[in-house]
Design a protein. Sequence first.
Length: 117
Amino acid sequence: MLFTVSLAAAIVAVLGLWALWFTLRDRAVVLKQLILGGVVEAALAAQIVVALVGLARGHVLAEPWTFWGYVITALFLLPVAGAWAFADRTRWSSVVLLVACVAILAMQARVWQVWNA
């Protein structure tokens, strides 16, 4: 689980820094950023698979509702932010993407904490 959490966090951090750069430069989100968002989604989906395998092997979650709430929210947050960012062609699209990335980073930290509780 550490690998998938770290991988997802690293990729979303890169995307967030890219969105921050575009925000500071007063630029809108570009398609390449949304493609990287798709890579983040793949990492989050892999995280779900790893969690399911871990649970099948006997790992017990102290707070399953909290864990799955964070994992599923993180999975759906970026596509919503990406759709909003693609529809809004101003610098605020980069801000929306940046806020989503920061939220997903926080969720990844909590996923790791809950998994190890």
